[in-house]
Design a protein around this ligand. Structure first.
Ligand code: SME
Length: 154
């Protein structure tokens, strides 16, 4: 399914069904839609700033369970995005020094921050078992997903 075809599914989740689903259920549905429809998305999850602490806490996700439920700011790809406020596309995780491995099958990763009122409150994190699979189309699509999620967080 194309990214353009997936966008309405994401939007619908947050408009029509928002009153029926709790926030975490909504976020889990997002993970499921992305995981089921995009072949190169093998692990899809959300991390959010953990209260006042300078660390990320794992939110809803789909894929193999991870030990990394808390990630300090600055650590790994996710922790770096918490500090840089920028998208981070990693075509080859083995080439990264500051990387936290979750599974040996993962070849690439993309992390897109979520902004609420200009503040970086969390991120969507996607792992791929395919080498170098992410394009600018993934970035634009995932920015759309994060903007849609941000609307109900504000
Ligand atoms: N690889 C991430 C850690 C989170 S897992 O991918 C679920 C990182 O380096 O921050």
């Amino acid at each position: 399914m194309t990214f353009d075809a997936l966008k309405p599914q994401i939007e619908e989740l947050f408009s029509n069904k928002r009153h029926l689903l709790k926030l975490d259920d909504c976020l889990l549905q997002v993970c499921k839609i992305l995981h089921e429809n995009v072949p190169h998305y093998d692990w899809v999850g959300f991390y959010f700033k953990n209260g006042n602490k300078n660390e990320l806490k794992l939110g809803p996700y789909v894929g193999e369970p991870t030990d990394h439920t808390i990630i300090p700011f600055g650590k790994g790809i996710c922790g770096q995005v918490a500090v840089s406020n920028k998208n981070f596309v990693v075509p080859d995780v083995s080439a990264q020094d500051n990387y936290i491995a979750c599974s040996i099958t993962v070849k690439a990763e993309i992390v897109i921050p979520i902004f609420v009122n200009g503040k970086n409150v969390g991120q969507i994190d996607i792992d791929s078992n395919t080498p170098d699979p992410f394009t600018e189309e993934d970035e634009r699509f995932l920015e759309f997903v994060c903007e849609t999620v941000a609307k109900i967080l504000s």
